[in-house]
Design a protein around this ligand. Structure first.
Ligand code: SAM
Length: 219
């Protein structure tokens, strides 16, 4: 099945609200635990989260790494408003900063000590812009962790995944999940992107039936 693009930003207020209310706690905490496990030496400095959405991962990262500062970047105003509120409620406004802008425009060059991104890449018409920015954002030798969906073999397989993992979820969430699966990349496509960008020290791993993870140090 060919890739079918979905809109880049999630800037419909209802769409953002429904996404923020969904329970991604296991997935998001697993992502943060993976970062700590892969990179135990990364305990200080600045970590950037590209496409931070409603802020759940920045909050979990800030709690897990109490000596780190986090900057979340998302170009959706409704998502950033939700993230601001989540960070205020968590009492983390002193360590978590948000920027409402496209990651392509994010200015920090070689300033971060680490970078993460979950579920952003499949939104992008040009994924190479993402890998380029990831390399630019961090200091050379810094850890990065990226996770996203895997594109299934067929629309029917995508629908089966939605039915299995989002049964009973609101229609908007089920629609977005389905569209995201169709817009996602395959393992081979991600490997080709990394090779094209000469990010050959980053490793891709398929961790379950619908997710891949890329991790390593960016040089
Ligand atoms: C599926 S959500 C993931 C949110 C969050 N990372 C999480 O795991 O819950 C993808 C987010 O990426 C944002 N996004 C898409 N393209 C973007 C871009 N070019 N620059 C910044 N944010 C972008 C969307 O607005 C959306 O909030």
């Amino acid at each position: 099945m060919n890739r079918l693009l979905e809109p880049e930003l999630m800037d419909d207020p209802l769409q953002a609200q429904v996404y923020a209310e969904a329970d991604f706690s296991a997935e998001n905490q697993g992502f943060v635990d993976r970062f700590r496990e892969y990179f135990p030496e990364c305990t200080q400095g600045l970590i950037v989260d590209l496409g931070c959405g409603p802020g759940d991962i920045p909050v979990r990262l800030a709690r897990a790494l109490p000596d780190c500062r986090i900057t979340g970047v998302d170009a959706s105003r409704p998502m950033i408003d939700l993230a601001e509120s989540a960070i205020r409620q968590a009492g983390l406004s002193d360590r978590v900063t948000l920027r409402c802008e496209r990651f392509q425009d994010f200015a920090g060059v070689h300033q971060a000590d680490g970078a993460v991104s979950n579920s952003l890449l499949h939104h992008l018409p040009n994924p190479l812009q993402f890998w380029h920015k990831l390399r630019m954002v961090v200091k050379p030798g810094s850890p990065v962790l990226v996770m996203d969906l895997l594109r299934p073999e067929s629309p029917e397989a995508a629908q089966a995944i939605v039915d299995q993992y989002a049964a009973g979820a609101p229609d908007i969430l089920r629609r977005d999940f389905y569209n995201s699966l169709l817009a996602a990349f395959t393992e081979d496509e991600i490997a080709a992107q990394l090779a094209h960008m000469n990010l050959t020290r980053l490793l891709i791993d398929v961790i379950d039936d619908r997710h891949w993870v890329v991790e390593g140090l960016v040089h």
